[in-house]
Design a protein around this ligand. Structure first.
Ligand code: SAM
Length: 271
């Protein structure tokens, strides 16, 4: 293997622990969907993924792409690996990452991990994700209602997907070792969302609407939901909504469950 220095600016921490790599593979479900990897890096995870099925990979670093093209010459020739040298966020900006539905498996660059997960949540073609991210962020996405980590990220993701923190990975499984503990997060979109039969989320635009609703609801997390939402909607209307659902008007946004927020958003849409 050529000597390739990890670049901080691309969030490069290479995972070369075979036990962890195997655990990631075992967490995957077997299906016919396309498999996408973001940031293949030196290609250790890619190699394991290729044993399962063909892979489409997006890597921003030109030097790593040169290395990967060499390492996977045969797989690329046989079209079992497609590698694009590009900033994946630019691809998401243009819409869906792929034309067909896909599962995402990745050890994400931490500096943009939340952004990538949010984009993949919005992407109608993305059915599921198994992603390695900073533990703290994984806890935010997977936090159950009534725990201290429960936040708008948990509500947003859990409104359309089953979200589970699978296991932690210690920093010494990486080269170079990151300063934080990592976790593997599994996000599987709910069938009614994928098939567009959820009456609230018929398209990605509807989901983006819910994201905006949450942004307003949590604009000052310590203030009441009514106070926050009244920056856009009439205060009395907001109070009536909570009353109609049997919820006290002094409830703060994190004191409302995923279901509560979905109901409130639905009622606001019907206004
Ligand atoms: N998958 C490899 C592994 O597990 O060892 C590398 C993981 S490393 C944490 C993150 C990878 O994402 C790096 O290869 C990095 O160059 C790549 N990356 C960073 N920013 C990116 C972006 N905007 N688009 C695509 N790849 C990116």
């Amino acid at each position: 293997m050529p000597q390739i220095e990890a670049k901080k600016r691309f969030g490069q921490n290479f995972l070369q622990d075979t036990t962890v790599l195997n655990k990631i593979i075992q967490s995957m479900s077997i299906n016919k969907r396309k498999l996408v990897e973001i940031g293949p890096g030196l290609g250790d995870l890619t190699q394991m993924l290729l044993r399962v099925k063909p892979v489409k990979a997006y890597e921003v670093d030109r030097d790593l792409c040169v290395h990967l093209r060499e390492k996977f010459r045969k797989e690329i020739e046989e079209e079992r690996l497609k590698l694009e040298q590009i900033d994946v966020l630019e691809c998401f900006e243009k819409g869906s990452l792929e034309n067909d539905s896909y599962d995402l498996v990745a050890n994400l660059p931490y500096y943009i991990a939340t952004k990538i997960i949010l984009k993949a949540l919005e992407d109608e073609k993305c059915d599921s994700m198994i992603v390695m991210i900073q533990k703290e962020v994984a806890q935010k996405f997977s936090a159950p209602f009534k725990t201290k980590e429960f936040s708008s990220l948990a509500i947003l993701s859990q409104s359309i997907a089953d979200v589970k923190l699978l296991f932690d990975v210690s920093s010494d499984s990486f080269e170079p070792a990151p300063k934080v503990t990592s976790s593997i997060l599994k996000i599987v979109k709910k069938r009614e969302f994928i098939h567009g039969v959820n009456p609230l989320f018929k398209s990605a635009q509807d989901f983006i609407g819910f994201k905006k609703y949450l942004k307003i609801s949590f604009s000052s997390p310590r203030k009441t939901w009514v106070k926050n939402i009244s920056s856009i909607y009439n205060k009395e209307f907001a109070k009536k909504l909570l009353n109609s659902m049997g919820i006290i008007v002094s409830a703060r946004p994190h004191e409302l469950s995923v279901e509560n927020h979905l109901n409130l958003y639905e009622k606001i849409l019907k206004k």
